[in-house]
Write a protein that binds this ligand. Structure first.
Ligand code: PDD
Length: 279
């Protein structure tokens, strides 16, 4: 396995950054996870646009011009002879003597790696997966795809310990924002397809945006409005979206079945439409 680190392709076990990299000391960095399908990166422009927004929001300099990133990505994919999987890009503000304020002449670190996908299992697809709800303990800008993922990691670990695959986070208003690493959708009691609006409280998932567009094109109305824990517990269907899973049915919330406890028709339709989009 070969990874790209600051201008060099190195064996993955030698892919290291400096101990005083600000990504390591302050989580002062941003990242993207991109799907790789049949040797091609999907939704490349959407991911690079979002990376640009994350960098801009934190005033981190671009390590290379945007047009160079697809070339580096393709080279890492080629060197790993990987057809299907995920690509990871991380940019940090770079190494500097530890000091909270930004260093004067920071040289950003750029890391690119790839790995094979841990595919969704047939069992998960057929039966859907379990989700638990947990308090949203993140900072107030989860719209920035920063590597400061400790609250997300704690929520995901807590979900795993509860026998679930994901934690859906409930904020101070009692609204479901999103999952630890996925966006949350429900088909409400009245049939409306709902997901939290892409404001500062959630990460605007690429899959989320594409699913909304696909649904609307198929004549399914989508409401981008927050929904409550109560609405979630009364939902007909629920699903989560993300680059690693596309559309995954959720059939259990906090131990209770969603609707009839089986993956719902709208969920399965959107999953099928998404598979076509990626082909
Ligand atoms: N997670 N919400 C959060 C908090 C996320 O971290 C992610 C992505 C998503 C889904 O976004 P997208 O559809 O663009 O993958 C939503 C990545 C995959 C991760 O951290 O591994």
């Amino acid at each position: 396995r070969v990874s790209y680190v600051n201008g060099r392709y190195v064996p993955h076990d030698q892919a290291v950054v400096h101990v005083e990299d600000r990504g390591f000391q302050f989580a002062d960095g941003v990242y993207e996870v991109l799907p790789l399908v049949s040797g091609r990166i999907c939704h490349l422009d959407q991911h690079l646009d979002r990376l640009g927004r994350s960098l801009g929001a934190l005033a981190i300099a671009r390590p290379v011009p945007r047009r160079v990133l697809p070339i580096l990505l393709a080279e890492v994919v080629r060197r790993n002879r990987l057809a299907d999987g995920l690509a990871y890009i991380q940019v940090t503000r770079g190494p500097a003597a530890r000091n909270h304020q930004f260093p004067v002449a920071a040289v950003p670190s750029l890391i690119i790696s790839v790995w094979p996908t841990k595919a969704v299992t047939a069992h998960q697809l057929e039966n859907g997966v379990a989700v638990v709800t947990r308090p949203d303990q993140r900072w107030k800008r989860p719209d920035i795809k920063s590597v400061g993922l400790l609250p997300n990691a704690l929520a995901r670990q807590s979900a795993k310990e509860a026998g679930a695959v994901e934690a859906w986070m409930v904020d101070d208003r009692g609204m479901i924002t999103e999952g630890a690493a996925t966006n949350a959708f429900i088909v409400a009691r009245d049939g409306a397809l709902l997901t939290h609006p892409a404001d500062q409280r959630i990460l605007a998932g690429i899959t989320r945006g594409n699913v909304i567009a696909l649904a609307r094109a198929a004549g399914i109305e989508v409401g981008e409005r927050p929904f409550t824990l109560e609405e979630l517990k009364n939902a007909r269907e629920a699903f989560m979206t993300g680059s690693t899973i596309t559309v995954l049915p959720v059939t259990k919330i906090d131990g209770q079945p969603v609707g009839d406890g089986k993956p719902g028709p709208i969920t399965l339709r959107l999953r099928a439409l998404y598979a076509e989009l990626r082909r």
